[in-house]
Ligand binder design. Structure first.
Ligand SMILES: Cc1ncc(COP(=O)(O)O)c(C=O)c1O
Length: 477
């Protein structure tokens, strides 16, 4: 006879938290509804108030409502308004509303996505999300994958697989014997390699100074005619999307050479690999599909909440060889187990948001989002050039490098744009010149945001004498 489970008659403790969650949701909605109307960077006063969140560790518990109120009243004004449409620093997407909602639900689920046993739903969503991502990015469906914190950790994960595979080929089990005394491996990167790839390499025991650097062209693309002779003990790191210019290494020619030599090719495609989804930009990613491993992000161009990166490895056995960790209490289920494919055991169920973004947008929606942000970058760079600024890069995707008449003027321009608060752009140096970086990666950026930002940048250029000549100025005169 089937009886009702005992738990059915228990009182419902969640009743007391319902009002709290409602309050948090109401505050979050208000935040998102007003984020476009405030200066992008927080005021000095708002930052100053953050000290109120510190002080002595309280002796006694506080009211949960007060905690949420404090976070909102003091924390919200001190945020960078990257959820609005005019934050152009680093390479930062704005979380799609469906992913924010999915993330709230996932927080309530509080799943440990370590393995199927600890969360069947997280494991199932991860299987689906990884398969969909591989399909979108032109990576073989049979590839192994891991969802990690970001592209930094994705490169670490994929390069650990590369290290393990190449050393195994040389008869050395790096998992068992470590790196001391191992047969030497070579690592080749472009001069414009992203710092996080170098960091991943150093964490894996490859000294930064031992890495061979290949010269690049004016856009930061690795020169394929300058790639040194490769061999079967070489890891070659190439790039889809330079963090400054957005440029893509000539992957087809490089991968051909690498394949002939038996070298392992790793792709840092933190944002650029997503260009594969866009009909007008897909040609830039030609050849990257021939690599052995890939690192990318969902929190950049896919516009999921932080944090979410993706490592993909052509032969899943190599990923598993580098990452598998078994113990008697970690019972394995049927199918892929996350803890055997990534560096962590316990972790959050970030697949929920990736799945939600992909299921919501579909292939066409991802393509449109990438196309739209690239179109915004083309419009803004074209108008800034007409207005008298120098654009230092070929704007092939969503990255723009803007220069004033001198380096000092460019730095004044960046400070003035940040101070004005209409939009936010950071600074960088590009091949000996100072530049203001504009990265348009958010779904939330509209044509109106581009227009407002254009006017603000021109006004700042005029105020700081960063513009070449007043006669060329097109905005707001
Ligand atoms: C080309 C490239 N690689 C790697 C990274 C690091 O990504 P994450 O911050 O997600 O670790 C970035 C970040 O902007 C990037 O643009």
């Amino acid at each position: 006879m089937q009886t009702e489970p005992l738990v059915m008659s228990l009182p419902d403790p969640s009743r007391s938290s319902a009002a709290l969650l409602d309050d948090a949701a109401r505050r979050a909605q208000l935040y998102l509804a007003t984020v476009r109307r405030r200066p992008v960077a927080p005021s000095a006063a708002a930052i100053g108030r953050l000290t109120e969140l510190g002080g002595r560790l309280p002796d006694r518990p506080a009211s949960a409502h007060d905690i949420v109120r404090l976070l909102d009243e003091i924390g919200s004004p001190a945020t960078m308004a990257s959820a609005g449409g005019r934050y152009f620093g680093l390479v930062i997407g704005g979380a799609l509303p469906v992913t924010v909602a999915a993330s709230w639900l996932a927080a309530a689920w509080d799943q440990n996505a370590a393995m199927r046993m600890s969360s069947p739903v997280a494991a199932a969503l991860e299987d689906v999300a990884l398969a969909w991502i591989a399909e979108l990015l032109d990576v073989p469906a049979s590839a192994g994958g891991a969802l990690v914190t970001g592209a930094s950790m994705a490169s670490f994960t994929a390069l650990a697989a590369a290290r393990s595979a190449l050393l195994a080929r040389a008869g050395w089990d790096v998992g068992a014997r470590g790196m001391f005394g191992a047969p030497p491996l070579r690592v080749v990167v472009g001069e414009e390699v992203h710092v996080t790839v170098l960091k991943a390499l150093t964490l894996l025991g490859f000294g930064r100074d031992t890495v061979e650097r290949v010269p690049v062209d004016r856009q930061g693309r690795m020169r394929d005619d300058a790639v040194p002779p490769l061999d079967g003990r070489t890891i070659l790191c190439i790039q889809a999307g330079n963090v400054n210019t957005g440029a893509f290494d000539p992957a087809a020619a490089i991968c051909r050479k690498a394949a002939e030599a038996g070298a392992w090719v790793h792709v840092d495609g933190a944002f650029g690999l997503w260009a594969a989804c866009s009909p007008s930009r897909a040609h830039l990613t030609a050849g990257f599909e021939q690599a052995d491993s890939w690192a990318t992000d969902a929190h950049k161009w896919l516009n999921t909440p932080y944090d979410c990166g993706i490592a993909l490895v052509r032969d899943p056995a190599h990923l598993r060889a580098a990452m598998a960790a078994t113990a008697a209490y970690l019972a394995a289920g049927e199918g892929r187990e996350a803890n055997h494919h990534g560096p962590e055991l316990s972790r959050r169920a970030r697949a929920v948001e990736v799945w939600a973004a992909l299921r919501f947008l579909g292939r066409a929606g991802v393509a449109e989002m990438v196309e739209r942000t690239c179109r915004h970058a083309a419009t803004l760079s074209g108008r800034l050039r007409e207005a008298g600024f120098e654009i230092l890069n070929e704007v092939v995707v969503n990255q723009i490098l803007v220069a004033g008449v001198t380096d000092a003027a460019t730095d004044r321009l960046i400070a003035a744009v940040q101070q004005d608060g209409t939009c936010w752009c950071g600074g960088t140096s590009w091949q000996g010149r100072r530049a203001m970086r504009v990265s348009i990666s958010s779904w939330a950026t509209t044509e109106e945001d581009i227009e407002l930002s254009f006017r603000a940048i021109v006004a700042a250029g005029r105020a700081t004498a960063a513009l070449a000549g007043a006669a060329k100025m097109a905005a707001g005169s």
